[in-house]
Design a protein around this ligand. Structure first.
Ligand code: PAF
Length: 288
């Protein structure tokens, strides 16, 4: 497995592979890899001949007072996991490689960045869109794979790629969960056992949202109320519970034919996000 820390070396490798007629898939990450990331790697492997994982804790997507400094990092473990998963190359630049002194250019995806996490974390998606475009320029992938757990991020990236004519196919992969329903996240490592137990209310509430929609309760406000009740009842502090159009993320009155129920809530100091695309009339089944 190759390991690159400069844009120049990364791009030269990627161009070399493409010159041989191979396709390149990129999995952008902030490291501290887990099974959720490995599902993205597996999908990239299905979509492309070569797989690149980028590992970069992107300072521009963290606001003042957020967890940039304490975000979990373990490059050695990440390297082993990538090697074991058959990743072909890792791109792990230092912050100054992507944001050298004098840096001043940012990408803003307007409407789809505004609600939900965009409202709670001003500037977050500007940082995400900027770094993702920079990673695309460094790796020049044919396809890039993102998790649906960061649902709004996926919509922001899709919109940016369409609007800026970026020649990269975007693939979304379903959220990977623990057997008890908790969505995998590098930030789960912050949770105490009690907070982790409380956090299970989020996936439970999203399951309830689908059950309601399946039983004919399709009003967005009623579904949001129930979801909020379950999560607040478990002791979490709600940031938002919103029912939105699955692509534009505009508010909807009902979940017909489908809508995304998006949640952000604090367990102690840890902000957790999760979502479920709820389909009116569909069998509730298990958690997504
Ligand atoms: O989802 C993430 O880990 C990050 O937001 C991303 C896409 C790697 C950009 O920093």
């Amino acid at each position: 497995m190759e390991w690159f820390e400069t844009v120049e070396a990364m791009r030269a490798w990627s161009r070399g592979r493409r010159a041989r007629g191979e396709t390149v898939g990129l999995v952008p990450t902030m490291g501290y890899l887990h099974r959720g990331h490995m599902a993205l790697v597996a999908r990239a492997r299905e979509c492309a001949d070569r797989v690149v994982v980028s590992i970069f804790v992107n300072p521009t997507q963290f606001g003042p007072g957020e967890d940039f400094d304490r975000y979990p990092r373990d490059p050695e473990r990440d390297r082993r996991m990538c090697e074991e998963a058959g990743v072909d190359a890792v791109f792990a630049p230092a912050p100054a490689e992507l944001y050298p002194p004098g840096y001043q250019t940012y990408v803003t995806v307007e409407e789809v960045s505004r609600p939900l996490c965009g409202a709670s974390r001003p500037g977050h998606f500007r940082g995400v869109a900027t770094v993702v475009l920079k990673l695309f320029h460094a790796v020049e992938p044919d396809v890039a794979v993102f998790g649906e757990k960061d649902y709004q991020q996926l919509q922001v990236v899709r919109r940016m790629v369409r609007d800026l004519d970026v020649p990269v196919r975007i693939e979304g992969v379903a959220t990977v969960r623990e057997p008890d329903g908790l969505a995998l996240s590098s930030r789960n490592t912050y949770l105490s056992p009690e907070e982790r137990r409380q956090a299970l209310s989020i996936s439970r509430a999203l399951g309830r949202a689908q059950a309601l929609a399946s039983s004919g309760v399709v009003e967005a406000a009623r579904i949001a109320d129930e979801v909020e009740g379950i999560i607040a009842g478990a002791g979490l502090r709600i940031d938002y519970v919103e029912v939105r159009h699955p692509e534009t993320l505009e508010p909807v009155e009902t979940v017909v034919p489908r809508a995304v129920v998006a949640v952000a809530a604090f367990a102690g100091d840890t902000r957790l996000i999760d979502n479920r695309v709820v389909v009116a009339g569909e069998d509730a089944g298990g958690a997504k």
